[in-house]
Design a protein around this ligand. Structure first.
Ligand SMILES: Nc1ncnc2c1ncn2[C@@H]1O[C@H](COP(=O)(O)OP(=O)(O)OP(=O)(O)O)[C@@H](O)[C@H]1O
Ligand SMILES: Nc1ncnc2c1ncn2[C@@H]1O[C@H](COP(=O)(O)OP(=O)(O)OP(=O)(O)O)[C@@H](O)[C@H]1O
Ligand SMILES: [Mg+2]
Ligand SMILES: [Mg+2]
Lengths: 256, 256
């Protein structure tokens, strides 16, 4: 019985995709069977694991809007134990097509329930928005992992995100909990970064991972080759950060 | 007769808000009368110029959905000649409320046409999405300024954005042109950044500004105090970059 984790934050560019790809890949390297569902029309998770977005036959959109069989949409990746349901541009129109649907917030949940027993962990990479597609991810999830960039606007947006999570928990998904708050793109030389770290630890206390993901050029380069950091450069600081995160994630889930 | 410029890129965290605030503020310092319209529910432009989001009476949402008078929504900021129509969380629901509206893509255009003669330049800061609120900004605009972060995913997303701009130009706004492509958050030590610069200059040729905005810690700090960089630290590299951009912008508009 796999666990479903949405990776969400409506603030753009805070490391949602980078966390989705690299945490999933590190768990796969630690022998867990992991599925990544890309629910962003930008399809960065898809291209970041080396899948050609233009060659995608069945996408998240097809599962959500055209009723395609999600088991058929699952693709293997170059990383053993890591699988993905890819995304593409079609997902842009999902927001409009779901609006007038009965139980429109539960479409992703119906997909995930068909896959849950095939994986140890299922991660849903969501787009920077509070719209229907993101609400679908939060409704389908057991927990939500929130990457927070160590910058002012990212900190500023946490209140908004907390409201959305509470709203989904009250109306759609009473079981929804916070999996963890991940401090990302940290640069220790910046005063602001250290300010954000202490504010976030103050706000969210033990929910904040001990592991911090430091800004690291190899993390930015890896998607260019379509590989997670652990496959791109096993000795880089980025790989060490994400392996530590994967181990901490497993410890918090009593799974190591 | 003021010019209307949308600042757009569906990729999150590429510097849309940072460009909107700082280019608008530098033009204001160069004696242009400038309006910033914040059309992102995160309201980063609003808080970035020092307006308390919780004290906002009339917002972009009120103008778009409740028919409020946009002239009444315009607020002065601490920067002389710089004005703003603030945003707040209400804008999250605008996407759903506009869906079934007649001529739903032209709502922002109706607002802008009432204000155009009061300003030299009107900038619309948009959210990281290709949904109705962003399409409204592109339909209302004369041109679109596209910040591109010097990273892989940002480069990868340019094709998607080009499609959206072409779609809006064909269906909704035949006059829409590219104002310019701005390379942002540039760190010359990174191999990837230099790769992105040469690819973008190859793709968009003379549309790319000569001015590049370098990564600079003061740019990230300024919003924490609710000030544009030119007011926060007039001697910083960030201020010099944005003043150069403002001058280049005026030259390209035969306005200096
Ligand atoms: N720790 C890091 N070190 C260096 N670069 C990073 C790091 N984390 C993320 N990046 C880079 O920063 C950019 C933003 O990260 P990413 O795309 O993962 O954020 P996102 O939240 O998924 O964005 P969006 O809101 O558009 O979905 C990317 O170009 C990514 O490669
Ligand atoms: N040149 C720069 N140097 C340093 N930090 C920067 C620079 N440009 C932007 N930033 C910081 O990077 C983060 C992302 O920038 P910004 O919020 O302007 O992007 P955006 O495209 O508006 O994001 P969103 O997609 O969420 O609207 C912010 O915390 C900002 O302060
Ligand atoms: Mg992403
Ligand atoms: Mg922004």
């Amino acid at each position: 019985m796999g666990k479903v984790i949405a990776i969400a934050n409506q603030k753009g560019g805070v490391g949602k995709t980078t966390t989705a790809i690299n945490l999933a890949a590190c768990l796969a390297v630690l022998e867990k069977k992991v599925l990544l569902i890309d629910s962003d029309p930008q399809a960065n998770s898809t291209s970041g694991v080396g899948i050609d977005v233009n060659m995608v036959e069945l996408s998240t959109y097809d599962c959500m809007v055209n009723g395609a069989n999600p088991k058929k949409a699952v693709l293997p990746t170059d990383t053993p134990n890591l699988f993905i349901i890819p995304s593409n541009i079609d997902l842009v129109s999902a927001e409009l097509q779901l609006v007038n649907l009965e139980r429109r917030e539960f479409v992703m949940k119906n997909i995930v329930e068909q896959l849950r027993n095939d994986f140890d962990y299922i991660f849903i990479d969501s787009l920077p928005s509070l719209g229907i597609v993101t609400v679908n991810a939060l409704t389908a999830a057991d927990t939500v992992l929130v990457p927070v960039q160590c910058e002012f606007f990212s900190l500023d947006g946490l209140g908004l995100l907390q409201n959305t999570i509470n709203g989904v928990k009250q109306r759609l998904n009473p079981e929804l909990e916070i999996e963890g708050i991940l401090l990302s793109m940290y640069d220790g030389r910046l005063r602001l970064a250290n300010l954000v770290v202490s504010e976030v630890r103050e706000m969210f206390k033990e929910k904040v991972y001990d592991t911090i993901i430091h800004r690291n050029s190899k993390i930015g380069e890896a998607p260019n080759i379509g590989q997670p950091i652990v496959m791109y450069d096993a000795t880089s600081k980025g790989t060490i950060n994400f392996l530590n995160l994967a181990k901490e994630f497993l410890t918090r889930n009593n799974d190591n």
